[in-house]
Design a protein around this ligand. Structure first.
Ligand SMILES: NC(=O)c1ccc[n+]([C@@H]2O[C@H](COP(=O)([O-])OP(=O)(O)OC[C@H]3O[C@@H](n4cnc5c(N)ncnc54)[C@H](OP(=O)(O)O)[C@@H]3O)[C@@H](O)[C@H]2O)c1
Length: 308
């Protein structure tokens, strides 16, 4: 099979699209023929070596931890999956390939009415947004500021919070403000105009702040929101300011229970992650580059095969 193989820490020249052996399922594992792999920032951060302490790698390695596809081997153990089921969910690396191994508890069956392309965009954004909202302690009726609200985690957080009746103020560049309004948030800009626009949008202030965009937001918001009411998903410097960073502890602890119930909502059009762009697997590094550049809406997907 073909895969994108990372041979060492470095730049995109350390990634090669080449043939490798198909993965062989071990006890308790299932194998998925990959349709789409969703791009996450952690992949180019791993390549660059910037998270080497947190997620050490043994090279050569195939990255990619969020896929959709079709089950092609069910293994043993108790579960309801069948060969041919359309699924989406988490894998423990190896997703940037035609076949990947995972366990039944990490994937959920994709309901009719939801394409594998759209299904690939849901697991990570929903899991992270839910975890951050829970750890932040958001209560119904509150007003919450979401930084980076047009991204995959940010837009999931906006939709989950609005659904609970929480008033959401979301930051994005002006091009994305109409999009945020469509999700039910009050849009404001990030950067130098943040605090002025926040004061206008929420004269009584906000109860809590959820940072999905990083880039100095935590330091900027602390004069108006106390540290114990702020959480970040991405800013490793926040802890020094007394603000927690929520960590999924890598792909090993991500399960389908964290997003399964959102799939039927997505099938009925009541939840959506925008697809900013699609690349073929052979052009994976172009997808990583677009993700690294950082200004896109929702999720970038990589197509491996047309399976539905
Ligand atoms: N802690 C965890 O468990 C966990 C899990 C998964 C991912 N992450 C991390 O979470 C972060 C967000 O991931 P993601 O997939 O949602 O999206 P992402 O790819 O990092 O971000 C895309 C969004 O960031 C926004 N953005 C760009 N510059 C910004 C700025 N200066 N201020 C605020 N927003 C800005 C963009 O909006 P505009 O187009 O409007 O600029 C874009 O919509 C990443 O750093 C990722 O590594 C953490």
């Amino acid at each position: 099979m073909f895969a994108q193989v990372v041979s060492r820490y470095g730049g995109f020249d350390a990634v090669e699209y080449r043939e490798v052996g198909e993965p062989v399922p071990g006890p308790g594992e299932i194998r998925v023929r990959v349709a789409y792999v969703a791009v996450n920032a952690i992949e180019w951060k791993i390549l660059a070596g910037s998270v080497a302490e947190l997620l050490p790698q043994t090279f050569p390695v195939v990255l990619g931890n969020e896929v959709s596809g079709v089950v092609d081997h069910v293994g043993d153990g108790e579960h309801d999956l069948r060969v041919g089921d359309r699924v989406t969910g988490f894998v423990r690396g190896g997703g940037d390939a035609e076949y990947v191994l995972t366990t039944p508890d990490r994937v959920a069956v994709v309901p009719d009415g939801l394409s594998l392309r759209r299904a690939a965009t849901i697991p990570q954004g929903v899991e992270t947004a839910r975890r951050a909202i829970r750890e932040l302690g958001v209560e119904d009726g509150e007003t919450v500021l979401v930084n980076g609200a047009a991204g995959s985690i940010g837009s999931a957080a906006v939709q989950l919070l609005v659904d609970r009746g929480v008033v959401v103020i979301g930051t994005a560049r002006p091009d994305n403000h109409e999009y945020l309004r469509g999700l039910g948030a009050i849009p404001i800009e990030y950067g130098t105009r943040l605090l002025d626009q926040l004061a206008a949008a929420a004269p009584k202030g906000v109860d809590r702040a959820l940072d999905c965009g990083s880039r100095g937001f935590v330091r900027q918001i602390l004069p108006v929101v106390p540290a114990d009411r702020v959480i970040t998903v991405a800013d490793f410097e926040a802890q020094a300011l007394g603000v927690p960073i929520t960590m999924g502890a890598g792909p090993h602890e991500l399960y389908a229970d964290s997003f399964r119930d959102v799939l039927p909502l997505a099938a009925r059009g009541r939840f959506a992650t925008e697809i900013a762009a699609e690349f073929p697997l052979s052009e994976l590094t172009a997808a990583w580059k677009m993700n690294e550049d950082g200004h896109f809406r929702g999720k970038i997907v990589v197509k491996v095969a047309q399976l539905d």
